[in-house]
Design a protein around this ligand. Structure first.
Ligand code: PLP
Length: 451
């Protein structure tokens, strides 16, 4: 290994020029999405009313590489990319581990997470098609704020349905969205038929990501020149995020390292997918022998306890069904502070790879992850997003195993965002008041076509 400073930087001319599409390299094609009305493979034509055309084509593409349009490349430079890769020297010293720990740091842009990598691409393709309004949902607000920023960049309007519980408890992200010019509604809202129906039944409905998706889709298909945008789960979203992993490949080359373990958190699968799929492509070709570790909340154990089957993406059952690891689209996600991990399903690509054993997954309670986050903050300085703290928990445990067995592994993880808008959760942890939640009341989907 060559020596280097704490951070490994690339120049702005080294941003990858293509996205990597793992669909070209999977051992078999992914099961197709099903039409919610007929339960037959969905006709891509039907999706054109929901998503921008170029994104639908990317969703089903089998091309290994797709060129990043010049305008999106410029937007990545503006963000700015590339993001640094850090060696976690202080954490290694604290743990007295022989492991060498590296992390990609996606919290440096103005929205504070990896999400702008796809938000900018999606806003671009919509703007290019002449679309004037984008609708979407957001939980704690990271995706909504990334899309609001990207919409401002490409000069279109964003309408964001924000889960009511977060809308009331976490005004910070809403204010960010509004400052970037987006309209933000507390979901269930009075803007859609589905929202109005739910509010009539229960005026204090706290909402959920599944409900907010139904509202955003309804808004898109009932308004002219409007399309819907999804921040995770879908193939094209994971593909846009592969700028992360391709940069990491170059950065590890600079220090002459080959990863033994690649780690990340999974909400819908986009940051871990973007980080790890370029490496997975090599593993599938027998060119890399590494472990792939996905970390989730034990309150939302979609991949450790979920079923691999067709399920809806939303609560209102408007979206196509995807074959994925799922807890059931009616699963009531407990109010954990890692809002980005509160989703019943998982990206079909990540679900497939875990189901077939190419990736492993682990789940953690929130007290365990905040302990890890605090160790990380005190050694590396960065206060991580609660989502990112999940992989940090695994990394610390693995580094301690390395110490026990004297194995100098190279552990690389994706630090997906900062936690500076999650300080109330840190305050609860610091004062010993943070509670854990059990995962209960799964409603596994009734349409079971798993194997
Ligand atoms: C949204 C989010 C996640 C989880 O979503 P993925 O699609 O799985 O990446 C993780 N970390 C941060 C910081 C997020 O904002």
């Amino acid at each position: 290994m060559k020596s280097s400073g704490r951070a490994i930087f690339l120049s702005q001319d080294e941003i990858p020029t293509k996205w990597y599409n793992i669909q070209a390299d999977l051992p078999e094609p992914l099961p197709p999405p099903l039409d919610p009305e007929t339960l037959k493979p969905v006709n891509p034509e039907k999706l054109l009313r929901v998503f921008a055309k170029e994104l639908v084509l990317q969703e089903v593409s089998n091309e290994r590489y797709i060129s990043i349009p010049e305008e999106v490349y410029e937007a990545y430079r503006w963000l700015p990319r590339p993001t640094p890769l850090f060696r976690a020297k202080k954490l290694e010293e604290y743990l007295k581990t022989p492991a060498r720990i590296y992390y990609k740091w996606e919290g440096v842009n103005p929205a504070g997470s990896h999400k702008p990598n796809t938000a900018l691409a999606q806003a671009y393709y919509n703007a290019k098609q002449g679309i004037e309004n984008l609708t979407t949902e957001t939980g704690a607000g990271q995706w909504g704020s990334a899309l609001a920023m990207a919409a401002a960049y490409f000069g279109i309007h964003a309408r964001v349905y924000m889960v009511s519980a977060s809308y009331n408890q976490k005004p910070g992200r809403r204010v960010m969205m509004e400052t970037w010019g987006a309209k933000c509604f507390s979901s269930p809202s009075d803007q859609t038929n589905y929202g109005r129906e739910l509010r009539k039944k229960d005026p204090s409905n706290p909402g959920s990501l599944g409900i907010a998706i139904s509202e955003a889709v309804e808004d898109a298909v009932t308004h002219e020149n409007t399309r819907y945008s999804l921040g995770s789960v879908l193939n094209h979203v994971l593909m846009h995020q592969t700028v992360i992993g391709q940069e990491v490949e170059k950065q590890l080359e600079i220090v002459d390292e080959v990863p033994d373990v690649l780690v990340g958190n999974i909400g819908g699968g986009s940051n871990f997918g973007g980080f790890s799929l370029p490496f997975m492509g090599k593993k599938l070709k027998g060119k890399l022998d590494a472990r792939f570790v996905a970390c989730e909340s034990s309150a939302v154990p979609h991949t450790t306890k979920g079923k691999y089957t067709y399920d809806y993406g939303d609560t209102g059952h408007l979206t196509p069904l995807l074959k994925m690891l799922t807890l059931g689209s009616d699963y009531r996600n407990p109010p954990i502070h890692a809002g980005g991990l509160r989703y019943h399903g998982m990206a079909p690509i990540i679900s497939y790879l875990i189901h077939k054993g190419y990736m492993e997954s682990h789940s953690y309670t929130q007290t365990a992850i905040f302990e890890a986050a605090t160790i990380f903050a005190r050694t590396e300085g960065i206060i991580p997003a609660p989502e990112s703290a999940h992989e940090i928990r695994f990394v610390i445990d693995e580094a301690l195993e390395c110490r026990k067995n004297n194995t100098p592994e190279v552990i690389v993880f994706n630090n997906s965002g900062h936690g500076l808008l999650d300080l109330s959760a840190y305050e609860l942890y610091n004062s010993g008041k943070l509670e854990d939640f059990e995962a209960t009341n799964f409603s596994y989907p009734s349409i079971v076509q798993g194997d």
